[in-house]
Design a protein around this ligand. Structure first.
Ligand code: NAD
Length: 355
């Protein structure tokens, strides 16, 4: 992208917004979904580990690394449900891609917006394999920062046209409706989760609460529904009643991480789950029958962030929508790092001459 190997392209929040507008959000989500699916199909090429999470009473800070042997990527991300009350994002992030051959970064990017896009794209990719064919109506429980991205991804990838919204804060649902106006959705704001899930083919739960919450109870989930459970993504932070899990066929990103963080932390450690990549590569079935309840227990995995950074690297080239970061020291002689500092010292200014 840039001839000087010591300069790292950096995509700021401002540039990311411009890139999304330049590409178009639905096209961005659709193309990003293809990158995610492409990487899930070559799952075995990736170095995988559950993310490294540092927990506190208020939230979590996580590092999410992976590599395909040629490119290395990581994301730094937090999850602080109380942040919204203080005017901050619940989830904020940035990430890096590097060349495995020399270890030098090749891209640095904001990932707060990119995480919302990749989470929604991954949810829609999963639903493409698991949701009932012809699903058009989706309930979204939790109408915060992620919600519009989820709606737009399901609209673009699955043809969802009808949305039923519920949030404990009606202002959040109003914001979501306002932002989605004119995008071809028929939107119904609801007064309860029970009301929102009525007639929905897909139920997305994307709430933020640091507890074992029960956003959905068993009686709310009818036969044939696909559940896209996004908000339960930390130890002690879940959204679904355990009985729903017992009735569902459960699909996950990377089982060792989801067993720690996902809805399935409520189940025995040997409860059967299917990794999504196996469905995508035809090694395991996705939806098998119209009455089956499918559950995508999403927690967010490093490979999705890798796909998102890869997509941004490819799309940003030639747009000028990045800054050049002077991030890597480059002395003329690599071992003369200290000499480079000495040479940077400005010669003392000559004393002014008095006429
Ligand atoms: P946010 O704080 O912007 O929005 C959360 C919304 O949920 C708020 O509007 C809140 O009022 C609502 N809510 C809380 N409890 C509720 C309840 N009982 N019923 C209905 N609504 C309720 O947060 P966000 O950025 O939209 O993130 C939402 C969740 O998704 C968080 O838990 C976050 O950690 C998670 N997340 C998961 C992934 C993933 O890959 N799985 C990625 C990003 C975010």
């Amino acid at each position: 992208m840039i001839p000087n190997l010591n300069i790292v392209p950096f995509v700021s929040v401002d540039h990311m917004m411009k890139l999304v507008l330049h590409i178009g959000v639905e096209r961005f989500l659709t193309e990003l979904a293809d990158y995610v699916e492409e990487d899930f199909r070559r799952w075995e090429a990736f170095d995988k580990t559950p993310r490294l999470a540092t927990h506190s009473a208020e939230g979590v800070i996580e590092l999410m690394p992976t590599s395909d042997g040629r490119v290395y990527g990581f994301k730094y991300v937090n999850g602080h449900p109380k942040n919204a009350r203080e005017g901050r994002q619940t989830v904020a992030a940035f990430g890096v891609l590097s060349d495995v051959g020399n270890g030098y970064p090749v891209l640095m990017s904001e990932m707060t917006i990119l995480t919302a896009l990749r989470t929604a794209a991954t949810s829609a990719v999963a639903a493409r394999h698991l949701a009932p064919p012809g699903a058009r109506c989706m309930a979204i429980i939790g109408n915060g920062a992620q919600s519009e991205f989820q709606a737009l991804a399901f609209g673009a990838l699955l043809g969802v046209r009808s949305l039923r919204l519920y949030d404990i804060d009606p202002g959040a649902s109003e914001k979501c409706m306002r932002n989605l106006r004119g995008r071809g959705f028929d939107i119904v704001p609801c007064r309860s989760t029970e009301e929102a899930v009525e007639g929905a083919d897909i139920i997305t739960t994307v709430t933020a609460d640091k507890q074992y919450a029960t956003i959905l109870t068993d009686n709310m989930v009818g036969a044939g529904v696909h559940i896209n459970a996004v908000g339960g993504d930390c130890p002690g932070k879940t959204e679904l009643h355990r009985d729903i899990l017992m009735r569902s066929d459960i699909f996950v990103e990377y089982a060792p991480q989801t067993r720690i963080e996902g809805e399935i932390q409520q189940l025995a450690s040997d409860h059967p789950v299917t990794e999504l990549w196996k469905v995508m590569t035809g090694q395991a079935p996705g939806r098998r029958s119209p009455r089956q309840i499918t559950l995508f227990d999403s927690v967010g995995f490093a490979v999705e962030d890798f796909s998102a950074l890869r997509y941004v690297r490819d799309k940003v080239a030639g747009t000028g929508l990045y800054e050049n970061l002077d991030m890597l020291a480059d002395p003329d002689e690599p071992r003369d790092l200290f000499g480079m500092i000495l040479r940077a010292a400005k010669p003392a200014a000559a004393p002014a001459r008095i006429a």
